[in-house]
Design a protein. Structure first.
Length: 74
């Protein structure tokens, strides 16, 4: 759970799995931010990893949506 996701792993996920992963990471991020505010966080570097993973997931999601839109126009 402490490692970042590789872009290839993200591309292999289905749309639904990506949505669930984004939701789970956002929940974890919220919990870690709460721990940070209360001073009980064990691994503050995990916040950065989560932010980057969410960005990767959303980027792939956007790329695939954009690709589907361009194939529908053609």
């Amino acid at each position: 759970m402490g490692r970042e996701m590789k872009i290839q792993e993200i591309r292999e996920l289905s749309d639904k799995e990506r949505e669930e992963k984004i939701h789970d990471l956002n929940q974890e991020f919220f919990n870690l931010k709460f721990q940070l505010a209360t001073g009980k966080i064990e691994n503050p570097a995990r916040l950065r990893l989560i932010r980057r993973d969410v960005a990767r997931l959303k980027t792939v999601q956007h790329q695939q949506a954009k690709g589907e839109a361009s194939t529908q126009k053609a």
